[in-house]
Design a protein around this ligand. Sequence first.
Ligand SMILES: NC(=O)c1ccc[n+]([C@@H]2O[C@H](COP(=O)([O-])OP(=O)(O)OC[C@H]3O[C@@H](n4cnc5c(N)ncnc54)[C@H](OP(=O)(O)O)[C@@H]3O)[C@@H](O)[C@H]2O)c1
Length: 225
Amino acid sequence: MVRTLAVVAGASGGIGRAVCERLERDGSISEVIRLARPAFDLSDEASVARAAAALPTGELRLVVNAAGLLHDDTGGPEKSLRHLDPAFLARTFAVNTIGPALLMKHFLPRLPRQGRAVFACLSARVGSIGDNRLGGWYGYRASKAALNQLVRTAAIELARTHPEALCVALHPGTVATRLSAPFARADQALLSPDEAATHLLAVVQELGPDDSGGFFDWRGAPVPW
Ligand SMILES: NC(=O)c1ccc[n+]([C@@H]2O[C@H](COP(=O)([O-])OP(=O)(O)OC[C@H]3O[C@@H](n4cnc5c(N)ncnc54)[C@H](OP(=O)(O)O)[C@@H]3O)[C@@H](O)[C@H]2O)c1
């Protein structure tokens, strides 16, 4: 039997942990590798490269990037232009955009050239430019929109060497985690992290090579760019 591997970046987060637990329960992958701070930091390329170099023997069939930043103790989503803070914007882009690009740089070449493999990045519907009717959340929206462009561009490059592999952006729904907690409204139905993980892995399972480079929500429906 061939040993198969899945990598989950941001494995300490609400959705990341649930994805790991579900993959381990499913048993369809031999080993789930959990990447999380402090050893793995998306704002430190050396730590991303080290994680790729340390992959155990086996075929890397799934990479899920479940790391992301909406708020921390130094800032949060901006309601207005006057709230823009260059340092917080830079941190948001470092985690939501540049970090995932580094993950693509170091992990996409590790996918097997034959057979199905999926690199899925958790994006967010608010990163959709076509769907932006409310405004606000400048940094988060822009960092996820830029992430979507990176996913699309990497998918085109990946297809040249890995015809059956996919690189996609996924919207997990509104999920009850640390990230959403300060913004959840009382009248809003939230998905639990386990529900979100179940849906996301089902979507990943359903997608085919023609879907590579796309942006899909937790029901599998395409999200406008
Ligand atoms: N929850 C939602 O409603 C929702 C909606 C749309 C999209 N999303 C997206 O879904 C993804 C997962 O979000 P979540 O709700 O599970 O949030 P979460 O519980 O806050 O988890 C975020 C994860 O990102 C990690 N992280 C942050 N900065 C990092 C860095 N520099 N290097 C490595 N890891 C870092 C965190 O690590 P630490 O534990 O070390 O902080 C944590 O594991 C994010 O990309 C988010 O944008 C979530």
